[in-house]
Design a protein around this ligand. Sequence first.
Ligand code: PLP
Length: 399
Amino acid sequence: MDNQQHLHAETQAIRIRYAATPAREHSVPLFLTSSFCYPDAETMRAVFADEEEAFIYSRFSNPNVEEFVQRMCALEEAEDGFATASGMSAIFSSIMAFLKQGDHLLASAALFGSTHTLLSKYLPKWGIQCDYFDMRDATEIERLIRPETRMIFLETPSNPGLDVIDIEAVARIAHERNILLNIDNCFATPVLQKPILHGADIVVHSATKWIDGQGRVLGGIVLGKKSLIHEVYLFCRTIGPSLSPFNAWLLSRSLETLYLRMEKHSANALELARRLQQHPVFRQHPENVKYPFLESHPQYAIARKQMSGGGGIVCFELPGGLDQGRRFLDALRMLSLTANLGDTRSIASHPASTTHAKLSEAERLAVGITPGLIRISVGLEHVDDIYADIDQALRQSAS
Ligand SMILES: *Cc1c(COP(=O)(O)O)cnc(C)c1O
């Protein structure tokens, strides 16, 4: 890997690459090989003994995967990382590499649906108990910490409600008690927020979303200090949730445009959120449009402190609840109806009837998912076209 550490992260995301082959290609090739060769028995012994660094087997690593990891490390200012096949396998590995039976995990109440299922259904089966804190009450975390609490896991901004948590404040509480702080940075991406600089020990991503940015492949990554990632590596090379070389190759190309894309997604989203607040449906209650960089957002000050842009997700609450939510989706002409987010194409979804339908009504309300909540993943189309489609669907669904 070329040493590019003196360059800006933005440049490193483009320039870090796995060394060229003898063909001296400019564009990085795809390394479709399960294993790697050694010139002699002694080299092979040294590599297996961890005395010499070299590729062994693609469940452990691969040149394409290594390139993606190094680029992500530069962006997140992390010492090391391990790339996985999906965001969920990154989250699972980042927890299971550290926790054991009898340990306790504390998580933010507003979580991605599958993360919530993992924590509430599977971890207790293996003797790991989880509790959830509401970040709107700063003292609740401290009340819920137990002597066995080993990790705090949180999402900020959260999916889909866009709640923002003060990372530095939680890091202070965690580190006083020797608790690992693990942050899902999917919604912000390292372009807009670098949790490690605010005290996080571990950062996880679903690379499926903004990092790929074009709705093509699944991927994930766990990042952090070398010693912590070594534990994740040992766990993952054993159980095999590794990222495929082809997906890594695509994701590395995606990172070359991540800065550009996130700036445009954020600019489009902020403009859309501002226009929606002026829309007849929301004018009386502009707080029903939610976006971290709107002054009306309850944690606006925290968002401005730890993020350099508000991201690409805008939410709003339709006054007509579940029925209007469904009518709104049916009335859209351009926006896609799909569960994914973080795409060049704008997407609308209705969490109460889809991604969070498995939660009870009470659980949904506890994490801010009201029946009429609509989540827009703002794409790279012209903002006038995005607004026009939402405007006509709002008018149609109101009647
Ligand atoms: C999608 C998502 C995940 C899970 O990622 P996959 O790549 O789908 O496994 C985790 N966290 C958040 C916030 C997400 O949006």
